[in-house]
Design a binder for this molecule. Structure first.
Ligand code: TMP
Length: 223
């Protein structure tokens, strides 16, 4: 069976990655391409329980970086085997809002866990399920802060100081430089329509099976 690509979106909080992941999914939808949309942590019943524990559980404030790493990897290994691999094998394109580069950026660079350990655990969790292309939405801290929706309850990560997010951003930029064939760094400070067009053009050029009719673009409410 024809195999469609596995596409991931990465970036720090309020980078616009979730908006762009959803916009690409909507374009595939309008073009009649079969696709599956998922997110991390979560995406399975086990993963969603882990997400709650990581982000909002009342007793999670003392979580160690090592525990955090293992929980993200546990959620990921479940998602890959229960959802992503079967979808790819079934001829679907898969779009994921975050995947293993998040662990490299957040638990590796920002929490300062050993880089080689992170790489080993990432590969243990995903096996050979590696994204075909990854879009990193790059925004500076001031832009991200100005986009944060208020008021809402911040999750555990969102309570981290600005230096934490600077390390996350730097790590994504380094990853993009290290893996230029897979990772595309996108200037996330532009408006959502421009970014959507850029991503859609790259996807169409790299994966002709997904070639999307530019006319299929519709106007979206501001996000
Ligand atoms: P988000 O889906 O709203 O971006 O929230 C997920 C949070 O979890 C975000 O703060 C990034 C963080 N995260 C990690 O620290 N490591 C990971 O491996 C993943 C997938 C997410």
């Amino acid at each position: 069976m024809r195999r469609l690509p596995f596409i991931t979106f990465e970036g720090s909080e309020a980078s616009g990655k979730s908006t762009q992941a959803q916009r690409l999914a909507a374009r595939l939808d309008r073009s009649g391409v079969p696709y599956l949309f998922t997110r991390e942590p979560g995406g399975t019943p086990i993963g969603e329980t882990i997400r709650e524990l990581l982000q909002f559980a009342s007793h999670n404030s003392g979580m160690t970086p090592e525990t955090e790493l293992l929980l993200f990897e546990a959620s990921r290994s479940q998602l890959v085997r229960e959802i992503i691999e079967p979808a790819l094998e079934g001829g679907m394109c898969v779009i994921a809002d975050r995947f293993f580069d998040s662990t490299t950026a957040y638990q590796g660079a920002a929490r300062k866990l050993d880089r080689e350990t992170i790489e080993r655990f990432n590969l243990f969790a995903v096996g050979d399920c590696i994204p075909n292309v990854t879009f990193v939405l790059d925004v500076d801290a001031a832009t991200a802060n100005s986009r944060m929706q208020q008021p809402r309850r911040p999750d555990r990560m969102e309570q981290e100081p600005e230096e934490f997010y600077e390390r996350v951003r730097q790590a994504y930029r380094e990853l993009a430089a290290r893996e230029p064939n897979r990772i595309v760094l996108i200037d996330g400070s532009r408006n959502a329509e421009e970014i959507e067009s850029q991503i859609s053009a790259i996807v169409s050029a790299r994966f002709p099976a997904l070639a999307m009719n530019p006319q299929s673009a519709i106007r979206h409410p501001r996000s």
